[in-house]
Write a protein that binds this ligand. Structure first.
Ligand code: IK2
Length: 432
């Protein structure tokens, strides 16, 4: 028995040694080296680093329009009333058991209705492989890993610009990346012809990452007509559309309207993937609730894909967290709570739309000769101001206003109290 155990343990040890990679940078361990001496500090995250700098600034005038997290008109984080109500309902009634690897089936079922439509034939026909994910980031990452595993030669086409983390996600999943034209700096709108050319010229069967609504960072979305043309061309070229929908409800105030692009693609008969997040539209940022879905050819394929998604999740985090998923499933399945949620989403979207008008009017009132029309034309949480990195630096050093260096202003951080100050600072740095 002891000999058998010894043999097993040395076999395990040999197997582990064989899998252990050499140390980074070509260095191998020696008695004089340290384990982590070759590790350099990572560069600051371009978005989260802004919040760190804001927090460290003692100025009483400081303004944070960096991170895309909703604030009320007093600049305070918001917990929605529907969420408070759902929390009250579950208080004391819960055990803390693990969810299955694919998360809460109830939450996933309700979430799919938001993206695919309440009466979607694809839901009825069980053609959608879907799992709960660690918010939108986790859904994108799970998909990227799935793509690498089952379409290992494929590339992902990412818009320029995009949410900076998209690049990290597909890079870490080892999927090679290409870009497509999206934003037109002169018009501060969509570069539709550039985008169409890139879709046309991409090798057949490429993957395209599309922002379903409220594009981050530009706030520029294609019109319905443009989406129809994009969908048709992606279909003709045999590409795979993957929608990142982190802001459903935040563009128009109505989650149904904001799903328009996806519905057009569904009508056109695409097979597609969708990442959904409840960070913004339900204010569940830190709860990390989201969903990854892949529309398949039939129910059998959907089962296979779902089990593979679960298999990818298992060694990373086993199963997703339960609390936020419960809140989402309670809110979406109770008609009163759902109505309350829809109203609250609209309040958030409308406050942002109101702040766009106020910011533009305040800058124009100061006599700026530049055009600021794009502030009110763009939609969603962000305004892509067109300010250059040096102008952003001045906003921060002179006025204690914090934003990403690409000139993106999170409109969620603009309030009736700071809008005049912000407008004045933007006018000052854009004058010369
Ligand atoms: N996809 C997009 C396009 C996003 O904008 C986000 C959230 N970004 O918010 C931070 C910021 O840009 O200031 C996500 C996905 C992922 O969000 P989450 O993982 O929180 O659901």
């Amino acid at each position: 028995m002891a000999a058998a155990l010894r043999a097993t343990s040395s076999a395990i040890s040999r197997a582990v040694t064989a899998r252990t990679p050499p140390l980074m940078g070509g260095a191998r361990w020696s008695s004089s080296s340290t384990w982590w001496g070759h590790v350099d500090p990572a560069p600051k995250d371009p978005i989260l680093g802004v919040t760190e700098a804001f927090l460290a600034d003692p100025s009483p005038n400081k303004v944070n329009v960096g991170v895309g997290a909703y604030r009320d008109d007093d600049g305070k984080p918001v917990v929605l009333n529907c969420v408070r109500e759902a929390e009250a309902r579950i208080a004391g009634n819960l055990n803390m058991e693990y969810l299955p690897m694919g998360g809460s089936n109830h939450m996933v079922e309700e979430t799919l209705k938001l993206a695919y439509g309440e009466d979607s034939e694809f839901i009825k026909d069980k053609r959608i492989a879907a799992v709960q994910a660690l918010s939108g980031t986790g859904a994108c990452r799970l998909f990227a890993d799935f793509q690498k595993r089952y379409q290992p030669e494929s590339e992902i086409y990412i818009p320029v610009p995009t949410w900076a983390n998209h690049h990290n996600i597909w890079r870490d999943a080892n999927v090679s990346q290409k870009t497509y034209h999206y934003y037109h700096p002169e018009s501060k709108g969509l570069d539709f012809s550039g985008m169409m050319d890139d879709i046309k010229n991409a090798p057949k069967g490429s993957f395209f990452l599309l922002h379903a609504c409220a594009h981050n960072p530009t706030g520029v979305d294609p019109t319905e007509e443009e989406w129809k043309e994009i969908s048709q061309l992606i279909k003709d070229k045999g590409h795979f559309p993957f929608f990142d929908m982190a802001y459903q409800g935040f563009a128009s105030g109505d989650p149904e309207k904001d799903a328009k692009a996806i519905r057009i693609f569904l009508q056109d008969g695409h097979l597609l993937g969708i990442s959904q997040s409840f960070a913004k539209n339900m204010g569940l940022y830190g709860q990390r609730v989201g969903c990854l879905s892949v529309l398949c050819e039939d129910d059998k394929q959907a089962v296979a894909v779902k089990t593979r998604l679960q298999q990818i999740a298992r060694p990373m985090y086993s199963n997703p967290p339960v609390h936020g998923a419960l809140l989402v499933s309670i809110i979406l399945s109770d008609p009163d709570l759902k109505n309350m949620w829809l109203k609250e989403v609209k309040v958030m979207a409308d406050r942002i739309i109101g702040m766009r008008t106020a910011l533009r009017e305040n800058i124009e009132k100061l006599g700026s000769p530049l055009s600021w029309e794009h502030i009110t034309k763009q939609i969603g949480m962000f305004c892509y101001s067109g300010l250059a990195p040096e102008q952003v630096d001045r906003l921060t050093s002179q006025f204690h206003i914090y934003l990403t260096r690409n000139g993106r202003i999170s409109m969620a951080g603009v309030t009736t109290k700071n809008v005049e100050y912000l407008a004045n600072a933007i006018h000052e740095v854009s004058k010369s």
